[in-house]
Ligand binder design. Structure first.
Ligand code: AMP
Length: 505
């Protein structure tokens, strides 16, 4: 048996001299370098005691070396467990206890703090990895050969565990298999027409499925190249566009690009594809981008547990406010929230998905896993949405963000869409907070454009006659910015907490 994921990557590999990754200002890595370097690293981690199936927990800043470490883990048959560098030591303690890694790799700055955690959980080996090629892991490479016999792994073996960015309860480890990643990479290469001539601007974090799997595996499965940035910077991205063909971003990237005076038709001319995902792209942003650049952003939908599920088409219409039809080989359906029976096209319900992209379950949480799969194998995404007659999926939000006021369902997206159309509104978030009469009170949090005079009464007036009474907010609050996480998702749990007591009597 070969190594399922790396075997496919090897097959797609171009000639060794071809550039794989260009970390602007640092040494570029060819595909030959990737092979040799990941071989050395695989030998090094095996020498540290990592056996097939063992977890390797990695909390480091974004670097090319960290990407090589991901590949080394795949080749060594280990399970890569990336962790957000923003996690504190207290949070790390949970992830280490839960994943029981054989090896922890951290930034040199965290080396001292992690020792105690490693000791407490009997982790045998700790290494460091800095952004500039420093750290004990890189020092070890000199002692190891570039040749490595890839460890045999089947389609169903684990390649990674990614902890969900759950805001309630304990974070769950999603078990991602070799075939989950291989099948999704193939589907995306086909859907987005990736070839070895592509050059992707990579400005996303690499502890999350978007920047790690969508971006890196799509490139590896097509022999393309990456321009690698430590973080998103609108000016820098615009500066690099003439050298690139694809940009993958979260909606915030596009908002920031639009706010930059340097974005115009000329600078984007070399780019063939702008992809957006991980959070909803406002139709307003979609239209403004098309107007300014002549390019139509392609929006797709996915999640940690399922990899990518749907994508707007490459060569058919890309529709604002939708995430397109299911990717090849993947089935999506919408069912009634209460009865779990499939609904008619156009009706809102729970989005469910089945296919080779869907994860194996939550790490050491069999009950949670069982609760989120239907008997016929469909995974319950927790997202509410609909499938229109053309087969395009529209997401209306997370099920847990649904507001139930006076026993009636209020979909926040519908209210937000109305509020966003009021002149002077930049964006909005609608939440439900405890209300003595209604159970939950519809509550709007609004960002105004600079120097705009808009108050609560004006917003409520504007909604009169446009939304049924029960959907209209009971209160409207104004903020400078909505709270967002690293992937640009609005953190509604934070807002619910901020406003939780406003209707108390
Ligand atoms: P994560 O597991 O962190 O990738 O988050 C997955 C969730 O992000 C999904 O379940 C959706 O709620 C949301 N999401 C991802 N892509 C989109 C999109 N294009 N539009 C709206 N929501 C999205």
């Amino acid at each position: 048996m070969a190594n399922h994921l790396f075997g496919s990557i090897r097959q797609a590999m171009p000639e060794p001299e071809k550039i794989f990754i260009d970390p602007v200002g640092r040494r570029r890595l060819t595909y030959g370098d990737l092979l040799g370097w990941s071989g050395r690293m695989a030998n090094a981690i095996v020498a540290r005691g990592v056996k097939p199936g063992d977890r390797v927990a990695v909390q480091v800043e974004k670097s090319v070396e960290a990407i090589v470490l991901y590949i080394a883990c795949v080749r060594a048959g280990a399970v890569f467990v990336p962790l957000n560098p923003a996690y504190t030591l207290v949070e790390l303690d949970y992830f280490i206890a839960d994943s029981e890694p054989a090896l922890i790799v951290v930034s040199p700055d965290n080396a001292t703090g992690i020792e105690a955690i490693a000791l407490a959980h009997s982790v045998r080996a700790v290494d460091t990895l800095g952004v500039d090629g420093t750290g004990t892991l890189m020092e070890r490479l000199d002692h190891h050969k570039a040749v490595f016999a890839d460890v045999a792994r089947g389609p169903d073996d684990l390649a990674a565990i990614l902890y969900t960015s759950g805001t309630t309860g304990r974070s769950k480890g999603a078990m991602i298999t070799h075939e989950n990643l291989a099948s999704n990479a193939r589907a995306l290469v086909e859907a987005w027409r990736f070839t070895r001539d592509d050059v992707l601007i990579h400005a996303l974090p690499i502890f999350h499925t978007h920047g790690l799997f969508v971006a890196i595996n799509t490139v590896l499965f097509s022999g393309a190249a990456i321009i690698f940035l430590p973080r998103f910077d609108a000016g820098e991205v615009i500066h690099l566009m003439p050298r690139a063909t694809v940009l993958m971003g979260v909606p915030t990237f596009y908002v920031r690009l639009l706010a930059h005076a340097g974005l115009n038709r000329d600078v984007v001319r070399h780019i063939r594809l702008f992809v957006s995902g991980s959070a909803p792209l406002l139709p307003e942003t979609f239209r403004a981008f098309a107007e300014r650049t002549g390019q139509i952003i392609l929006e797709r939908y996915g999640m940690t547990e399922t990899n990518m599920i749907t994508s707007n088409p490459y060569d058919r219409p890309r529709v604002a406010g939708t995430v397109g039809p299911a990717l090849p080989g993947i089935s999506v359906r919408v069912v009634d929230r209460d009865t779990a029976m499939p609904v008619e096209p156009g009706t809102i319900g729970m989005i469910e998905v089945k296919g080779p992209n869907v994860f194996k379950g939550y790490w050491r949480m069999p009950e949670k896993t069982e609760a989120e799969f239907r008997p016929d194998g469909y995974f319950v995404t927790g997202d509410l949405g609909l499938i229109d007659r053309a087969g395009y999926v529209q997401i209306v939000g997370r099920d847990k963000d649904l507001v139930i006021s006076g026993g009636l369902n209020v979909y926040p997206k519908e209210v937000e869409t109305e509020i966003d159309q009021i002149p002077g509104v930049v964006e909005s978030a609608v939440i439900g907070v405890p209300h003595p009469d209604f159970g939950e009170g519809v509550t709007a949090v609004v960002v105004r454009a600079p120097a705009v005079l808009l108050d609560e009464a004006a917003v409520l007036d504007a909604l009169e006659g446009r939304l049924a009474r029960f959907k209209q907010p009971k209160r409207v609050f104004f903020v400078e910015d909505l709270p967002r996480n690293a992937m640009g998702k609005v953190q509604k749990a934070v807002l619910r907490d901020t406003y939780k007591a406003i209707y108390e009597v």
